[in-house]
Write a new protein. Sequence first.
Lengths: 117, 293
Amino acid sequence: MFDDRSPIYLQIADGIKNDVLSGALKEDEQVMSTNQYAAFYRINPATAAKGFAQLVEEGVLYKKRGIGMFVSPDAREKLRRERRERFFTEVVDPMLAEAGRIGIDVGEIVRHLGGAR
Amino acid sequence: MIELRGVTVRYGTTVAVDDITLDLPTGKIYGLLGRNGSGKTSLLSALASYRRPASGVVRVDGADAFENAAVMRNTCFIRDTLDANDSDKVRQLMCFAGWMRPGWDADYAAKLLDLFEINPAKRASALSRGQKSAVGVVLGLASRAPLTILDETYLGMDAVARAAFYRELLDDYLAHPRTIILSTHLIEEVADLFERVIIIDRGRLLLHEETDELRGRGVTVTGAAAAVDTFVAGRTVLGEQSLGGVRAVTLDWRPSAEDVTRGEAAGLTFGPVGIQDLFIHLTSPAQRLEATR
């Protein structure tokens, strides 16, 4: 589930963000408690708590005192906006760089994308 | 808070623990790592007040822990000997623990013995190495001591028993949070459970850090020798390897996204360094050589 490439709390935050984006977690839906999460994924609860705290700080989750943590109503829209801004630099530009290395020109890519439409 | 102040343990002229100062906030799971002979058991013996340090002091919640009945009642130190007589039966060991430990949970102990398939009628001397460790786990967990120290309490346990141990450790900690210190050589299989890691080397404290901070802390940069050298100039090198014109250098450094982009543009590739690899790099003789150069 988790790897050693980056801190686990960041991997937890990314996983939950993906669930929000995909709709697996709906707005105002309650997420697992940190203890449930730690027991399920077999990690230290402080690590899980740090991941959740990161999401609260970023506004993806909100806390209801004494009840638990929930998905913010605007979380999905906000995450989509952020990911769309990064889409060209993180997905398209590396693809163009690789295409350049192996001699595929942009026209060929556009034709391929046209076929996929 | 558990405080170690300048703790030194000597055996004759051998210095096993060399002036270690540590602050351990309570309620966390700690992993103590170190190579064979690095002083782990000596440090834990001093921490548990089984041994008076040659110098220095151990304080638990402000009180000197040595010969302190109130502190010792709440300290459970499991060593490989189990501190049992050969003629003691497992059932008797559980009984003794029940008398000594205010938090002892006899039902939980019985459940764990069952889980590890230990016959309570067996004598301590008749237990295999793995069964002995399992009994140590039972004594350590069912004591529910506010300070629980497990010194390599997995020796001889097979993979199934170790998995059961880690599962019980986490579940019981979640239900009854307390300070747990585990020493281990099996870093990869248990590191996810540690909130903090302590690494000692040749009796000295090398590192005390949140476990998650160690993930992604090291990086291996690979590429053409000249490009690698230019890129890593001025950074702490943990290890390096060359083959033909290719060089791979492991660094104690967390590169930013911009660093990676810049490196990749120069034809370099970046690989992660796991906690176990980081430990190997930090404590291997080659690294010591590097550090003293």
